[in-house]
Design a protein around this ligand. Structure first.
Ligand SMILES: NC(=O)c1ccc[n+]([C@@H]2O[C@H](COP(=O)([O-])OP(=O)(O)OC[C@H]3O[C@@H](n4cnc5c(N)ncnc54)[C@H](OP(=O)(O)O)[C@@H]3O)[C@@H](O)[C@H]2O)c1
Length: 331
């Protein structure tokens, strides 16, 4: 098998593809020929040793995959060679094959390509968890989404739109804003521009939402977070998702008190690990919406497995518009 191997904690561009011995399948396991591996922010954190979980070295990064079963252990029921599957694997995804337990597999809906299936699990589960479990989204709500052309942001945009809410996409370049418009954002705010004419992000938010947002989705952090809090209307909710900017903000408590606002944390990853049955049900809800055509994940840009390091660097440097997946072609 071929895999991207992380032998020491490194800058992503130092990662190399290596030829490795095949892992035996085992009677209760399946072998997946990986056709697409989603590239996520968390993978970049893993290889640099910046994630809260630090796996023993060496390891193969890559946390979500999609592919086809090529071998099914004799004790495995319900699955057959040739089945199209997706899985959230934590590690081991940047490879051309992986051996998994059957309970890690989810059947790919016919509507989804391998690329879509490999890049939607984490982001859509986070979005669905945020908007159905951590808060209640009403069709009349104004939802402002920071980092809207990133993985989490695009999924939030799609889920909020599917509930009929009004969406405002915040992103830092014309290409990212254009993608948000193509993905049916009702309004956009250029975060690189806010402030240049004296108007702050909070003023822009109040302007486009007719007085203030009901929900602000924040996977970015830094100075944007307080602007989002101040841009909330009466009863508004700030959803703290992540800190892609690398900066964890502190917030003035009086701004939470004023207008009866709430600040809510979202930790889908830890919840999913602690509640596997509930998380399987959550993914089932998401895929039922995909089956019904109510949700439509973006088609990712596919790049060769050898370009894993460049893909991770592009993500870190904010150059990625939409999603990226790695592919290892048959040789
Ligand atoms: N809480 C949870 O359960 C959960 C689940 C999944 C992910 N997350 C976290 O959510 C965050 C976003 O994940 P993602 O998959 O959406 O990542 P992504 O695809 O890389 O998107 C992140 C966005 O953040 C913005 N950004 C601003 N400053 C940045 C910087 N210095 N470096 C990189 N991006 C920057 C970029 O948008 P602009 O250029 O438009 O500003 C970028 O599109 C990550 O921190 C991730 O760990 C949390």
């Amino acid at each position: 098998m071929r895999a991207v191997m992380c032998r020491e904690l490194v800058d992503p561009e130092e990662l190399r593809v290596e030829e490795l011995d095949n892992v035996p399948c085992g009677p209760d396991r399946v072998r997946v020929r990986i056709w697409a591996s989603g590239v996520n922010y968390v993978d970049a954190l893993f290889v640099q040793g910046q994630y809260q979980i630090k796996p023993p070295l060496p390891f193969i990064p890559g946390s979500e995959i999609a592919g086809e079963l090529t071998e099914v252990g004799p004790e495995v029921e319900r699955w057959e060679v040739g089945d199209r599957v997706m899985a959230s694997v934590g590690l081991g995804g940047f490879a051309d094959e992986i051996v998994l337990r059957a309970d890690q597999l989810t059947r790919i809906p016919d509507r989804l390509s391998f690329g879509q299936a490999a890049t939607m699990g984490q982001s859509y589960c986070t979005a669905w968890f945020t908007l159905t479990r951590r808060t209640v989204l009403r069709p009349e709500d104004w939802v402002v989404i920071f980092g809207a052309a990133g993985g989490v942001g695009l999924a939030m945009l799609d889920v909020a739109r599917s509930f009929g809410a009004h969406t405002v996409a915040v992103a830092s370049s014309p290409e990212k804003l254009q993608l948000a418009i193509e993905r049916n954002a009702n309004a956009v705010i250029d975060s690189s521009d806010a402030g240049s004419d004296g108007a702050t992000m909070r003023a822009r938010i109040r302007e486009v939402t007719d007085g203030g947002a009901d929900i602000v989705i924040d996977p970015v952090g830094g100075t944007l977070t307080e602007e989002g809090l101040r841009g909330l209307r009466e009863g508004g909710r700030l959803m703290v998702i992540g800190f892609a900017s690398g900066s964890i903000p502190t917030l003035p408590a009086n701004q939470v008190l004023l207008r009866n606002r709430s600040v809510l944390g979202v930790d889908w990853g830890a919840w999913a690990l602690g509640h596997p049955a509930e998380n399987a049900a959550l993914l089932g809800e998401v895929l039922a919406q995909v089956d019904a055509g109510a949700l439509e994940p973006v088609e990712p840009t596919m790049v060769p497995l050898e370009d894993a390091g460049t893909a991770l660097r592009d993500l870190i440097e904010r150059r990625v518009v939409g999603k990226v997946a790695l592919e290892s072609r048959a040789r």
